[in-house]
Write a protein that binds this ligand. Sequence first.
Ligand code: SAH
Length: 196
Amino acid sequence: MLEDMDFIKSCDVPGPTKEAIRAIILYKSDVKYSDNVVDVGCGTGGITCEFAQRAKNVTSIDINPEAIEITRKNLEKFGLEENVTLICDDGVKALNDIDNIDIAIIGGSGSKLENIIELIDSKLNSKGRIIITAILVDTKVEAVNKLKELNYNPKIMEVNISKGRVLDRGIMMMSENPIAIISAKKRRLMGDYKNG
Ligand code: SAH
């Protein structure tokens, strides 16, 4: 895992998603070296950089040009730019031209979450995985409801991480903001079962 403090940051771009959260996303995604990954709302590239090390290729999208620039710098810093494509555009527009997705991470969507989930669903391979990180309660509800509507069986976990600050007289635990990780797997079609 990369360390939070090693990422280049910007006050105009949120992220990186904290290390412990990135670790949970990685294990929930069950990423393999043959996977095509999409990171919608890549921010500083926190998640992009982790998947770049473990997947076949990563397509990272952000509507904010500064986010794309910071992601590029972080990829260069860690020597991970080889299998990553960066797209500066709205997730909805960019996804129209992307197919064959094994894993989709949605870390930012503005007011377009439902649209983005629908598009990803239509491009997701059988057994593909969708993972959404959400800080707002409203986003959590919207994500779960949309996935249910599309016949997924979404799982949601709320993660509260506290890290210790070691002081002279003891250890003070400092909490980070809670974040929900919503994950879902594409269901196999009946035909897939018949064909093994
Ligand atoms: N996971 C990232 C942080 C994501 S912050 C990291 O580890 O650094 C959310 C990002 O989503 C922001 O950079 C924002 O610009 C982007 N975003 C919001 N709405 C978007 C949309 N409709 N299309 C593409 N990107 C979007």
